[in-house]
Design a protein around this ligand. Structure first.
Ligand code: KIV
Length: 289
């Protein structure tokens, strides 16, 4: 048996980082979304999205924390596995949670390997700029594709003094450019640009060779990413300026749930057609008993 399986079917080609790089070169937008569980990851993949990020935003939108800081490596692994089992085409990337790479580069490498080996992720994302260069280099040497994350980095919420748009001056944009170039030189395959002026993201996108994926960074990035729960109105909070809601799952679920409760209370559910029945002879025997 050959160790290499070349594609022979007509199934859509799996998304790859070289394919995303090609999209940047040909000016084709890259699509990305977060997902945290099997059902939604399946829907995202079937919609033809290029990259699925198991984001640490799951701390907030799935686990109900106020920030992304409390989520653990084991919790992220658990959700990454569920997503992995659902996805056929998209790239599955996992967020390295706060504390999993901040202590030392060695610890970051060990934790990143867990996401690839134990959860089937194809890449990891880490927040931060030039200070992460050594970690990016080590992961790249270990054959792990790394996605950088610049601008509003939620794991730095306390240092930033809240969730604030970053890169609002020429000097701040200069620092972001330095970070972006340093991460690219260290081997990063993609950069997420979050919460920065459109002009800053456009400049970064034009200057780096690797694709940029924006969230709250305007339309000039090489691609866009949103949090799944924002897109379908499942966050129970006022959406940020950059969010566009493409559906109202809260309304859909609420109606379904209220209708279910009413039907049960009125004995309208289940109907006879939704019930199992005894075979005729067993029903007759029951009547006689
Ligand atoms: O955790 C997350 O959802 C993210 C996206 C905002 C890119 O990092």
């Amino acid at each position: 048996m050959s160790l290499t399986n070349f594609r022979t079917s007509d199934a859509p080609a799996p998304a790859t980082f070289p394919a995303l790089q090609q999209k940047k070169h040909s000016g084709q937008p890259i699509t990305a979304l977060t997902a945290y569980d099997h059902a939604t990851a399946r829907l995202v993949d079937e919609a033809g999205i290029d990259l699925i990020l198991v984001g640490d935003s799951l701390a907030q939108v799935v686990l109900g924390y106020d920030t992304t800081l409390p989520v653990t490596v084991d919790e992220m692994l658990h959700h990454t596995r569920a997503v992995r089992r659902a996805v056929r085409r998209a790239i599955v990337a996992a967020d390295m949670p706060f504390g999993s790479y901040h202590g030392s580069v060695d610890e970051g490498v060990v934790n990143a390997i867990r996401f690839i080996k134990e959860a089937g992720a194809q890449a990891v994302k880490i927040e931060g700029g030039a200070s992460r260069a050594e970690l990016v280099e080590r992961l790249t040497t270990a054959e792990i594709p790394v996605i950088g994350h610049l601008g509003l980095t939620p794991q730095s919420v306390h240092r930033m003094g809240g969730y604030k748009v970053q890169g609002k001056s020429a000097a701040a944009i200069g620092a972001l450019l330095h970070d972006a170039h340093t991460l690219e030189s260290a081997g990063a395959v993609l950069l997420v640009l979050e919460g920065m002026p459109r002009e800053a993201a456009a400049r970064l996108t034009a200057e780096v060779g690797i694709p940029t994926i924006g969230i709250g960074a305007g339309p000039d990035c090489d691609g866009q990413i949103l949090v799944f729960h924002d897109l379908v109105n499942l966050t129970f909070s006022t959406p940020a300026k950059f969010v566009r809601q493409y559906g109202d799952a809260a309304a859909l679920f609420r109606t379904a749930l209220e209708n279910y409760r009413r039907d049960v209370e009125e004995r309208a559910f289940p109907s006879d057609a939704e019930s199992y029945h005894l075979p005729k002879d067993a029903a007759a025997a029951l009547e006689r008993a």
